[in-house]
Design a protein around this ligand. Structure first.
Ligand code: MN
Length: 196
C-alpha cells in the first residue's frame, strides 16, 4: 500500500508560472487516481497469487506499469518544482552536465527542444544511465512502456524470439522452464545487496 506524498509547498506557491487551479487538478484528481489505482492493482495481483489464478496477469502488470509509473513520475515532477526563487545544479551535477552536454546552456537548449517534440501524452526526462556513466535526455511516450520508472532490474529473462527460437521454436514454455535450472542466484543476490 502506497500513500500519497504531501506537496512540499502550498498549492498557490508556483503562481504565476503554474496556476493553483492546474496544480489542484493535477495533484488532487489525477495523481490521487494513480495512487488509488496502483493500490487496487497491487491488491488484485496479491489475490491472483493467493488464488493461483494468473488469467489476467498481462493486464494486471500493464496496469501496474501505467498507474505505478504515473505515481513515480508525478511525484518527481511535483518535487522538482518549487517556489520561484533561483536554484542551480550543485557543483558535481554541473560538472557532469558540462562533460555530457558541453555547457548548461547546451543542456537547456536540448531539454527545451526535446520537450517540444514529445508526442502527445508523454514526458521529457534528464536521466543518469549508470552503465554509460552519462547524463542523457530521453523522451518517454505515454509513461508506462511496461516499466516502472526508477525500478532496479534484479533478474531478467530475454523473451525475444532470437533468444529461444533456434532451439525451442514455438515452445516458449520449455525455454522458460529450462531457464529456472540455470539461474545464477549469486549474481541476483549481489544486485539485491547493492541496493539494500
Ligand atoms: Mn500529469
Amino acid at each position: 500500500m502506497i500513500n500519497k506524498i504531501v506537496l512540499p509547498y502550498p498549492v498557490d506557491a508556483l503562481e504565476p508560472y503554474y496556476s493553483k487551479e492546474t496544480l489542484v487538478l493535477h495533484y488532487d484528481i489525477l495523481y490521487s487516481g494513480y495512487v488509488d489505482n496502483t493500490n487496487k492493482t497491487e491488491e488484485k495481483l496479491s489475490a491472483a497469487r493467493r488464488e493461483n489464478n494468473f488469467e489476467n496477469i498481462k493486464c494486471l502488470e500493464k496496469d501496474l506499469s501505467f498507474y505505478g509509473s504515473g505515481v513515480i513520475l508525478h511525484e518527481m515532477f511535483f518535487k522538482n518544482m518549487g517556489i520561484p526563487i533561483p536554484s542551480n545544479p550543485n557543483i558535481s551535477l554541473m560538472e557532469q552536465i558540462n562533460i555530457d552536454f558541453g555547457s548548461y546552456e547546451k543542456f537547456k537548449n536540448q531539454f527545451t527542444e526535446s520537450s517540444k517534440v514529445v508526442e502527445a501524452s508523454g514526458w521529457n526526462l534528464l536521466v543518469w544511465v549508470p552503465r554509460f556513466k552519462k547524463l542523457e535526455i530521453l523522451q518517454c511516450e505515454k509513461h508506462q512502456n511496461l516499466t516502472l520508472w526508477g525500478c532496479v532490474p534484479l533478474l531478467v529473462l530475454d523473451m525475444w524470439e532470437h533468444s529461444y527460437y533456434l532451439q525451442y521454436k514455438t515452445k516458449r514454455i520449455d525455454y522458460i522452464n529450462a531457464f529456472w535450472n540455470i539461474i545464477n542466484w549469486n549474481e541476483v543476490n549481489k544486485r539485491w545487496d547493492s541496493i539494500m
